[in-house]
Design a protein around this ligand. Structure first.
Ligand code: NAD
Length: 367
């Protein structure tokens, strides 16, 4: 009896879904379960005012379901703002599959997941994310048309990473222009943390423009390969925040700007591909602003990937993808100026502009 009372009281304290800290007026949250394949997934549809909610599916071995729910709520909200600020007619959504992508992902599980996506009738459109490959999206495509990021041979747009890297490069150049009044990256000291799919491609752009390149990764082989190819200096992970830099480009993990780094980092600009670079958007964003560090909002400058998959829905080609991605330069510069005029952080400025577009569309559709 006592246990029942305690449980009831605890349940009242934290409502399981709408009471979550990451809940942000999400429109729909779908819990998907299939006993035969072992599928446990959550689809988060944050907002569909501008269009169908598009966002990748992440497969991750979450410690518990709260973590998975928190992730899908957070990530789907991020997609709403990413698409809105990029000018795409898309809403924000995301899905998570609970499990180890290396050992628990099977074609049957992916097909079942595709059936759940299909049951939403196009309100949510899926794509690749961490733990997913193009081949997984091809399997999902067998049971639903509401999927992007399928292989080029099947009419898809292929690997988005080079486009993402190009967009990050454009955003970085805008930030450098804003901060230094410089049109080129020539001679700028840039540290790229994480030289995976996006980071390596970013390094190539920087090399071609004559930047002074520093690289850091946990993959030693990759570091040696790139340092040779692009005359880049290797920096151990624990020395990143001691370097005097012009640009810090986080392209590995999120939350690298946190309580222990935000006051010590020695850079003029932060512009990278990683999602959720600020551990606390408001708090750390404000400290960067006070320190005069120009932060290019991650969800704005890493939008090349979504521009790339959006092409599959709209049927436009590579030229238009590149054109739209190049425009990240103009949007980033606008955001820096708008933030300065309004004395707000660049992160908040980008959120405001994205929200403005959603609100205008909402108003227009009511007329
Ligand atoms: P990736 O897995 O190919 O590369 C990540 C790299 O980071 C790897 O080389 C890995 O060894 C390295 N790394 C991991 N932990 C590290 C650590 N502690 N310190 C230093 N390096 C570490 O991933 P990616 O596709 O290049 O994406 C990079 C980042 O950009 C991710 O945060 C991803 O969410 C984000 N992003 C990617 C895309 C895209 O199109 N691929 C689009 C938007 C955002």
């Amino acid at each position: 009896m006592d246990t029942e009372i305690v449980q009831a009281a605890d349940l009242k304290k934290v409502d399981p879904v709408f009471g979550q800290l990451s809940f942000n007026d999400h429109e729909q949250i779908v819990f998907c379960h299939d006993k035969d394949t072992g599928l446990k997934a959550i689809i988060g549809i944050h907002n569909t005012v501008l269009g169908p909610a598009l966002g990748g599916t992440r497969m991750w071995n979450y410690d518990n379901e709260w973590e998975a729910l928190n992730d899908v709520l957070r990530l789907s909200r991020g997609m709403t703002f990413k698409s809105a600020i990029t000018g795409l007619n898309l809403g924000g959504g995301k899905a998570v599959i609970i499990g180890d992508a290396k050992t628990q992902k099977t074609p049957e599980l992916m097909r079942k997941f595709g059936e759940f996506v299909n049951s939403l009738g196009g309100k949510y459109i899926t794509a690749e994310d961490v733990g997913m490959e193009t081949s997984d999206m091809d399997i999902v495509h067998e049971v639903t048309s509401h999927v992007t990021g399928i292989s080029e041979s099947k009419g898809g747009s292929g690997n988005p990473s080079p486009i993402t890297a190009f967009g990050v490069f454009m955003g970085m150049k805008a930030a450098v222009n804003y901060k230094f009044g410089s049109q080129t990256m020539e001679g700028k000291k840039v540290l790229v943390q994480g030289v995976g799919h996006v980071g390596a491609s970013l390094v190539e752009h920087l090399y071609k423009e004559g930047a002074q390149i520093l690289i850091s990764d946990i993959n030693q082989e990759k570091l040696l390969e790139l340092s040779k190819k692009y005359q880049a200096t290797i920096v151990p992970g624990d020395e990143i925040f001691n370097q005097e830099l012009d640009v810090y480009a986080p392209c590995a993990l999120g939350a690298t700007i946190n309580d222990s780094t935000v006051n010590t980092i020695k850079t003029k600009v932060i512009a990278g591909a990683a999602n959720n670079q600020l551990a606390d958007e408001k708090y750390h964003g404000k400290i960067l602003m006070e320190r005069g560090i120009a932060y290019a909002p991650d969800f704005l400058i890493n939008a090349g990937g979504i521009i790339n998959v959006y092409a599959e829905l709209e049927g436009y080609g590579k030229d238009e993808i590149l054109q739209k991605t190049k425009n990240i330069y103009n949007t980033t510069l606008d955001i820096f100026n708008y933030a300065e005029e309004n004395q707000i952080t660049t992160h908040q400025a980008a959120l405001n502009k994205a929200q403005e577009r959603i609100d205008n569309q909402k108003l227009a559709s009511k007329k």
